[in-house]
Design a protein around this ligand. Structure first.
Ligand code: GN1
Ligand code: MG
Length: 361
């Protein structure tokens, strides 16, 4: 079913429906996003319908974002942190028919890219996520709630994977048999996470939890980082989440959608660029244990994303939208290959990390 913002929604935000061009926008899987453009002066806004199957309490997103914004306004004035434009009644979310809508300013002269195509983009994007984490490193985490409980809890993702193996329809289980075996063979990644998560030196930080390159706004001409966007999953979590998702998505020339797996390679110069950018901002605040887990970050996120796709395939595609029946199978396979490519290069990548730590800590 096609979703479109109706008049009432636009008017709630003080917008005149007749005076707007509305089109679908972005490449996210979860929310529905639209770009609005005022015919009169060309000013632009981003309107989003939050997916309440995924974000069961959208109020938590708004509260987390507000607390972060208030803290940043005091401690880092001038830092660009995107906050929603309130409705005419002063609310961050407009609720209608059980749908939650919010309006976000469109940042002038910004672009997003779906794939890093030079190391500078990887560096700039990583710097933005590092800066966010570093600027928020002194914030009290207690009032923050999880907008998706256990989002990056690999222990639970691994249990969900095992449950899906048990309950999958026979044809899917058979089709995925070999890949299931492969992912089970790397279960030490889940074990390592399980051990780390209770280590007091492996701390909680306010993390973005979706550090794909298209969640950073870059200057349309210079590709310098402007700010981060898509703050739905800003919540307490671990450094390996944000760093790992950058490794997962910046280092390979093709995305999780690629079916020609021979194109999945690790570009060392991108790995180095993102480590440099991230550690330049946050390196000085990390504990010894966190510094020891920087290579693990990539394994952790790629593994988790791989089993999330495979779990969804086994469950009959209930979470990620698909374009053809084996779509989630192919995405999982892509992540498995990426994981293997990353692990093959552990020695050289760890050398890169050591070099970056030396420069930035
Ligand atoms: C989802 O909607 P999007 O594309 O920003 C997912 C991420 C995954 C990503 C994989 C809330 O993000 O965790 O890494 O797909 N977000 C949620 O492309 O599940
Ligand atoms: Mg997103």
């Amino acid at each position: 079913m096609e979703i479109k913002p109706n008049k009432k929604i636009l008017q709630a935000f003080g917008l005149e429906p007749e005076g707007l061009n509305v089109r679908k926008f972005g490449s996210g899987h979860i929310n529905n996003t639209f770009l609005l453009e005022k015919k009169q002066d060309g000013s632009r806004y981003v309107l989003q319908k939050i997916n309440v199957n995924v974000f069961k309490e959208p109020g938590i997103i708004a509260a987390n974002q507000r607390m972060a914004a208030d803290y940043l306004a005091v401690h880092h004035p001038g830092y660009l942190f995107i906050t929603p434009i309130p409705t005419v009644n002063g609310e961050e979310l407009f609720v209608i028919d059980n749908e939650y809508w919010r309006l976000i300013p469109f940042i002038a002269d910004s672009v997003t890219v779906d794939q890093a195509d030079n190391p500078k983009q990887a560096y700039e994007a990583a710097k933005q996520f590092g800066r966010l984490a570093s600027y928020l490193s002194g914030i009290d985490l207690k009032p923050f709630k999880a907008s998706i409980p256990n989002f990056h809890n690999l222990t639970l993702r691994y249990s969900a994977f095992q449950e899906a193996i048990r309950t999958a329809k026979e044809d899917r289980k058979v089709a995925a048999e070999e890949m299931i075996e492969d992912f089970l063979r790397y279960s030490d990644i889940a074990v390592t996470y399980e051990q780390l998560k209770t280590n007091p030196e492996f701390r909680d930080h306010l993390m973005h939890h979706d550090t794909k390159i298209n969640n950073v706004l870059l200057n349309k001409d210079t590709y310098e980082g402007i700010c981060v966007c898509d703050l739905d999953t800003l919540m307490p979590g671990k450094i390996i989440s944000d760093l790992g998702d950058m490794v997962r998505t910046y280092v390979c020339p093709v995305s999780e959608e690629e079916r020609d797996f021979s194109q999945i390679v690790i570009r060392e110069e991108y790995y180095e660029a993102l480590m440099q950018g991230y550690l330049a901002e946050i390196g000085g605040t990390l504990t010894k244990v966190e510094k020891e887990q920087l290579f693990f970050a990539g394994k952790f996120m790629i593994y988790m994303q791989g089993i999330r796709f495979l779990t969804d395939y086994l469950n009959g595609d209930v979470y990620y939208p698909i374009k053809y029946p084996a779509h989630n199978y192919d995405r999982a396979k892509n992540q498995l290959v990426l994981l293997q490519r990353l692990m093959e290069k552990e020695t050289v990548l760890q050398d890169i990390i050591d070099k970056c730590l030396h420069v930035n800590v």
